[in-house]
Design a protein around this ligand. Structure first.
Ligand SMILES: NC(=O)c1ccc[n+]([C@@H]2O[C@H](COP(=O)([O-])OP(=O)(O)OC[C@H]3O[C@@H](n4cnc5c(N)ncnc54)[C@H](OP(=O)(O)O)[C@@H]3O)[C@@H](O)[C@H]2O)c1
Length: 249
């Protein structure tokens, strides 16, 4: 198995992409710390599903934008599993509004979860990985963070995902050679977040892709698995686009 005995902490794992990553990692032998914030029922059902596949899990409630909660989450993970080999900064929100409708509150909330959350989790976990001599950080950004015209409408979200790409590159330089840091930029992926955009935006997004389909959370999870495993040991500082050709550069 590709992640045998590895310990992975996945933020925002209760639903959508984070949930699929958790299941995929567990099937490959990882011990998975499932972070959630509001969706306790979903997190509990995920833990049950993984246990049924004989995987080891830990549920850790934390708002990733709050440093005291992040500290507690990391402490609990290390107390239970002794180490952390993989961090997936996946937790994120999208409030679909144009620039003129972006209030200060929407701006702050988006930045706090999407970028400050990844900063806080990485800051807390990087020293642990450095002590171990190896680690992998995977940031779930978005094609909205790239120069992809059709996906840059929602200002705060776009800026937060561009910042996450910048954070990925900066962490790769700062934490190498021991820790590899890469980003995945999904295009439209079939989760609650895509549904919240409405049928028409999803239809247009699919139409603009070469592969003519929305991604499944499992599509993203398989690439996350590759970046988490030893198969990707030569890769760091990369920004991988998973959008069926929609954001081809
Ligand atoms: N779906 C897409 O089309 C798409 C495309 C590109 C990139 N992405 C990115 O992929 C990531 C996952 O998105 P998704 O589509 O799976 O969204 P989703 O279905 O809406 O799930 C979002 C997850 O983030 C968690 N979360 C939100 N705020 C949090 C906080 N403050 N602390 C901890 N967890 C928090 C939620 O947990 P609770 O419910 O427990 O609060 C939930 O598990 C996001 O970063 C998103 O920007 C998604």
């Amino acid at each position: 198995m590709k992640l045998d005995e590895k310990v992975a902490l996945i933020t925002g794992a209760s639903r959508g992409i984070g949930r699929a990553i958790s299941k995929t990692f567990a099937l490959e032998g990882a011990k998975v710390a499932i972070n959630y914030n509001k969706s306790e029922k979903d997190a509990l059902s995920l833990a049950e599903e993984i246990k049924d596949q004989s995987g080891k899990t830990l549920l850790v409630k934390a708002d990733v934008s709050k440093s005291d909660e992040v500290k507690r989450m990391v402490r609990k993970t290390v107390e239970n599993f002794d180490r952390i080999d993989i961090l997936v900064n996946n937790a994120g929100i999208l409030i679909p509004v144009t620039f003129l409708d972006t209030t200060e509150q929407i701006w702050d909330k988006t930045m706090e979860i999407n970028i400050k959350g990844a900063f806080l989790c990485s800051k807390e976990i990087a020293p642990i990985m450095l002590n171990q001599g190896k680690g992998k950080i995977i940031n779930i950004a978005s094609i909205s963070g790239l120069a992809e015209r059709a996906a840059v409408r929602d200002t705060a979200y776009v800026v937060s995902k561009s910042a996450l790409i910048g954070l990925t590159r900066s962490l790769a330089v700062n934490l190498g050679p021991d820790i590899s840091v890469n980003a995945i930029c999904p295009g439209l992926t079939d989760t609650d977040m895509a549904t919240s955009l409405g049928h028409e935006r999803v239809r247009v997004g699919v139409e603009e892709s070469i592969l003519k389909r929305i991604a499944k959370p499992e599509d993203i999870a398989r690439t996350a698995l590759f970046l988490a495993s030893d198969d990707s040991d030569i890769i760091t500082g990369e920004i991988l686009t998973l959008a069926g050709g929609k954001a081809m550069r």
